[in-house]
Design a protein. Structure first.
Length: 731
């Protein structure tokens, strides 16, 4: 582990704290050394320890690279342009002692942007009679400012932000009534960004500014979280919050009225529009108030002339507020220094902590570094139901542990030290965390392969979802009896399996984990006392470091010898979703179906969605839309993509426009599909294998519809078959 600033090695905060304690001094830096980065105005701030002679050698008026790293497994982040803000001696010492330890407070360059020049300008201010705008408040021409041109103008006026990156979306209508006379250009910029549901982002890894739309999909961050969850998560707040106390039934949007009569009679100066949130559980009669400068304009007869514009603006404002307020809270800590969790549309802040040589109760072999990331519902929605950020300060978003000091006794701990996660890595272990997880910390995964494995016969043609019920049942039973948990007993317990202990499979008696180097056949395996779990399928452990071959993996299918004698008839304006388990981080290169019967004008689109982890498994957020495929001819129809996927559960989705005729695609019997949603009953053994929902044909929606979903069952509509939705991987 090491932290470098400007190429100079920083001091070990734990060692320095011990030295200070022995001299009778406090060590307020302990547990705080590192850097905290947030989305929005910021700035990001940090704290390090350096010897005076190293700090004195630095250019104190320049920004420098801050590198925080763990050991070889702990990762590394290199933050650019980090500025020294203040420095002072950590403990009293001689005035000119070059070895004196100094505390260095740091900030990113948003601290300079915040001191940018003030504005003396207004944008699209209405004339008193509402007939138009003051010419001085308009763009050249004069023409009204748009959201994009107004933001570009404020951005340029600041002078510290570089090139204007543009907005990630087009806000509703025309901005009106923004007055910034004597107002900081930086404050004005952030006010306007907040008004359109966006936030300023400084990527301290690339040292570049951009604009993020808050609480919108960010595949990079979501994939990074899934990857780190599998391998390095050491603490999770597991937030679970109700709707009733968080989301109101309505958003009431207030607009100023422009008419002389309002002033003469003392009538309300505001015109209001109520927009229903539509959240199940919201308390009836509750509101959040939002204010917008768009004026309500009236004619001489007292008639409202711009009701459509006001309704559209109210809908846009309410949608922005609810989108942010519905955001699920998140607070997690990961071992090491994770560089792929930058604050973004889905992450409010990330902190990297350097604990030096301190003995951390949560982790091992990460070089004393921890990474925390968090978000909360709403970044700044305002109003009665504004989400509460909690009692922690802005730079301490999650409860980092503070280590005890060897030989000195424990230091004061500002926050409780969270307990160890029951399953920190790999697949779930037994009760109490006694098992570290199958396949040693997530390096390998238990996979059910459709068909044979390469070198194991059959030339497999599909990867079905992650399944470990058989092995887990065996381990859970054996774990009840001390001394019985061993590889030999696990394999014996799996009656009917053909695997043997040998070169490919070993049991680590220290960690109680299985490890292997190749592929091990579990065909025919059953567990005593558990009926219905054995199928004509091939169970296998697979070393997922093996390079994938150019073969297709079928969503939802588990049978080792699928029958494709029948076809699946396309249904107009319907989306079908089947699950796909990606056993390790890979790059999807192709989505495909096989057209058996063509149809004039027949079209389909294929795509991938993430899995909703807050309810029964179902699609959640669009990862990639593969585009339109023409089924006017038969044969394979494929969409070429290049999409990085973290290990985890996804859904392959098909949306259909049957055109004329009765087009079909190649299918497999639903009885050969994975019952991801369970079994409907015991008498008919009806599998619940996926979802379908009515959806007008077109580009796949960014989020899977939350209403009118129908479970696809093995004995149910639209047929006894399920479409073969194929995925191919390139890396």
């Amino acid at each position: 582990m090491s932290t470098l600033y400007g190429g100079k090695r920083c001091l070990d905060p734990y060692t320095e704290a011990i030295g200070a304690a022995r001299l009778g001094h406090a060590a307020p830096w302990l547990g705080r050394t590192g850097f905290d980065c947030v989305l929005g105005p910021g700035p990001g701030v940090g704290l390090i320890l350096m010897a005076w002679h190293d700090y004195a050698d630095l250019d104190r008026e320049a920004g420098h690279e801050l590198v925080i790293s763990g050991d070889a497994k702990g990762g590394r982040v290199a933050l650019q342009g980090i500025l020294p803000v203040r420095a002072y001696a950590a403990v009293p010492g001689a005035r000119h002692d070059a070895t004196t330890s100094f505390v260095i407070e740091l900030a990113d360059r948003r601290i300079l942007a915040a001191a940018g020049p003030p504005l003396n300008k207004s944008y699209n201010v209405r004339l008193p009679d509402g007939s138009g705008y003051f010419s001085a408040s308009q763009d050249t021409g004069p023409t009204p400012w748009t959201w994009a041109t107004m933001l570009a103008d404020i951005w340029a006026a600041n002078g510290f932000l570089g090139s204007y990156p543009g907005l990630p979306h087009t806000p509703d209508g025309t901005p009106e009534g923004f007055v910034f006379h004597g107002v900081s250009s930086y404050a004005a910029l952030n006010e306007v960004l907040g008004r359109v549901g966006c936030a300023l982002k400084l990527d301290v890894l690339a040292d570049a500014y951009s604009i993020e739309r808050i609480a919108t999909t960010n595949t990079v961050a979501e994939n990074a979280l899934r990857k780190l969850d599998d391998t390095r998560r050491v603490w999770d707040a597991y937030p679970a919050e109700p709707v009733r106390t968080r989301l109101p039934q309505y958003a009431r949007v207030h607009f100023p009225i422009v008419r002389d009569a309002a002033l003469a009679t003392g009538a309300t100066p505001l015109y209001t529009v109520d927009v229903a949130g539509g959240d199940t559980g919201a308390e009836a009669g509750t509101y959040v108030s939002l204010f917008d400068p768009l004026p309500a304009l009236y004619d001489d007869a007292g008639g409202l002339t711009n009701s459509t514009a006001l309704n559209n603006r109210a809908t846009d404002r309410a949608a922005d507020w609810y989108r942010q307020a519905r955001e699920n809270r998140l607070a997690r800590v990961f071992s090491g220094a994770a560089g792929d969790l930058m604050p973004c549309s889905r992450l409010k802040g990330t902190s990297w902590r350097d604990y030096g040589s301190a003995p951390l109760p949560l982790v091992s072999n990460t070089g004393g570094a921890l990474t925390s990331t968090y978000r909360h519902p709403g970044f700044s929605p305002g109003g009665l139901f504004a989400p509460v950020d909690g009692v922690r300060g802005p730079n301490e978003p999650t409860p980092f542990p503070q280590p005890p000091m060897a030989g000195i006794g424990p230091m004061p701990i500002p926050y409780p030290i969270p307990g160890r996660l029951p399953y920190p890595t790999g697949l779930p272990g037994g009760p109490g965390g006694g098992l570290g997880g199958i396949a040693g910390g997530g390096a390998f995964q238990l996979a059910l392969l459709q068909g044979g494995l390469s070198g194991a016969g059959g030339g497999g043609n599909g990867l079905a979802p992650l399944q470990f019920a058989l092995v887990q049942a065996a381990i859970a039973q054996l774990a009840k009896y001390p001394g019985n948990l061993s590889l030999t007993n696990v394999l014996t317990f799996l009656a009917g399996s053909s695997i043997e202990q040998g070169d490919d499979v070993t049991w680590d008696t220290d960690t109680n984990t299985l490890s292997f180097t190749g592929e091990v056949d579990f065909s025919g395996a059953t567990v005593t006392g558990i009926s219905g779990v054995s199928e004509a399928s091939r169970w296998a452990y697979r070393d997922t470091s093996l390079a994938p071959t150019a073969q297709y993996y079928f969503a939802g299918h588990t049978n080792s010898n699928p029958s494709v004698a029948s076809s699946y008839g396309l249904v107009d304006d319907t989306m079908v979703a089947l699950p796909l388990l990606v056993a390790r981080a890979q790059t999807a290169s192709k989505l495909a179906v096989h057209c058996d019967v063509a149809g004039t004008g027949a079209l389909v689109r294929l795509g991938l969605y993430t899995n909703n982890t807050n309810a029964a498994p179902r699609p959640d957020t669009l990862v990639v839309d593969g585009g339109e495929l023409d089924l006017s001819t038969t044969g394979e129809k494929s969409a070429t993509i290049s999409q990085s996927l973290a290990a985890g559960l996804y859904w392959v989705v098909l949306i259909m426009d049957a055109g004329s005729g009765s087009p079909t695609v190649e299918a497999i019997l639903k009885n050969s599909c994975w019952a991801i949603l369970g079994w409907a009953d015991l008498s008919t053994a009806t599998r619940r294998i996926g979802w379908q929902v009515a959806q007008a044909y077109g580009a796949l929606p960014s989020s899977w519809p939350t209403s009118s979903n129908t479970v696809i069952q093995s004995l149910g509509a639209p047929s006894s078959q399920a479409p073969i939705l194929a995925v191919q991987f390139s890396a």
